[in-house]
Design a protein around this ligand. Sequence first.
Ligand code: FAD
Ligand code: NAD
Length: 466
Amino acid sequence: MENYDVAVIGSGPGGYVAAIRSAQLGYKTVIIEKYATLGGTCTNVGCIPTKALLDSTHHYAEAQHGFGSHGIMLNEINLDFSQMYKRKSEVVTKNTSGLEFLMNKNKITHIQGMARFINDSTIQVSGKEGEQTVVARHYIIATGSKPSTISGIEIDKKRIITSTEALSLQEKPKTMIIIGGGVIGVEMASIFSRIGTKVTILEYADHLISTMDHGLGRSLQKILKKEGIEIHLNQSVYKAENLGASAKVFFRDQDGKENELEGDYVLMAVGRRPYTEGLGLENTGVQVNNRGFIEVDEKCCTAVSTIYAIGDVIGGAMLAHKAEEEGVLVAETINGQNRHIHYDRIPSVVYTWPEVASVGFTEEYLKKNQIEYRSGSFPFSASARARASMDTEGFAKVLVDPKYGEILGVHIIGARAADLIAQGVIAQEYEVTAEDMFRISYAHPTYSETLKEAYLIASGQGAVNI
Ligand code: FAD
Ligand code: NAD
């Protein structure tokens, strides 16, 4: 039996960051991961492989439809599907081996195996090397999430699949039906549609990426439709069947009209559920809520004072960087530091092209809560930089308090929005005003100038630049 200061269960972005920060603070740390590679969902079957495929397919689409207007003529463009997937796997391996290196560098013990609490202060790990008992002064549960489904649909991983299986297909599908037009739905739709798969999205809500500002979803819908993705909103899917060589879904619209569709694959993208199976929480005082998420306080501490939980398994935004922030918060809390996370200043990004990014309140939230605001929007079509690269779709929108100029929300759909949003996060975190934001200098020509113009407009001044 080995004793540690900190034992981290799960090696996703929550777990590995918690382990590294704990080790940096001088704690004898162990990380336990059931799979052979470190990195969790994000590195193995989430953020990293999807972004690798989104990049590859973006290049392919550009070569097909964008290069000609730059005067670059390619006679024949072929897609090597297995090479594209091979590169994706290589990117993943570089990241997982990078994490191994970081564990060694920080002298963190890595045990491969499934961790299970046998009481509040002891865990049993079963893995390649048999059973072992681990005792730690503090535990950090970072066991993440798994794809969820809806009643009536069983994910068989053959024809009715999730993002995980879609990331390891052997050949290009001809048709794919995606259930859910949330983040996974639109990212997967982009990947497959760009390589020639006929993609249909069936979404329950009346717009795509429904947790973000609605203007972004409406704009994204138009762009994805132009790319050939079929989108049906207000559709409730209730059944799917594996037909052997294809799959069929059954759905009804808001008036109850029944419909069905058949495709090579049905990809379920209706959200994710917390993963605590086999963790032995029933042997501890840790509480879960009625949706299965572990209950924690503002320091991510569970009902047992020595057991913390972070990341997807506690709910909230299921984002890698949210899990990372919580990993640092817990390590520093154990260390006696007083840390706090501003959850409303955590940005969200969707890696379609153009990208979609957001931080702060949506316009719908402000309206619903009768919070006064002024809105300033500026289109990328009026940006010299965007015109130079022909990335003119989308807009930047800022929502500002009319009295003090405080920035309430920043919402962008446009090229490089994922990186531009960092500026909105800083503006909100340090509570600078819209005037502060338009009085600073922005390099010309850059995509960031659209934000300067949006701040000017929201402050009651006209735009000054194009
Ligand atoms: P996870 O990354 O899920 O890691 C949990 C780990 O715990 C897993 O490796 C699991 O095997 C291990 N584990 C579970 N139980 C045990 C046990 N009992 N013993 C030992 N090990 C155990 N987020 C973003 O911010 N940006 C993106 O671009 C993005 N893209 C995504 C794309 C897809 C297709 C998906 C599915 C998700 C994406 N996400 C993205 C979400 C992101 O992956 C998650 O929010 C993030 O991985 C959560 O981190 P975590 O540490 O909480 O858990
Ligand atoms: P999501 O919650 O974003 O979207 C699920 C969608 O499915 C919703 O729009 C919902 O209305 C729809 N839906 C639910 N039931 C339905 C039904 N019966 N018929 C039709 N539509 C239905 O979930 P997701 O897209 O599966 O993503 C899961 C998590 O992974 C998200 O929380 C997200 O934060 C994370 N993620 C993040 C990124 C990123 O940051 N770029 C990328 C991928 C995933």
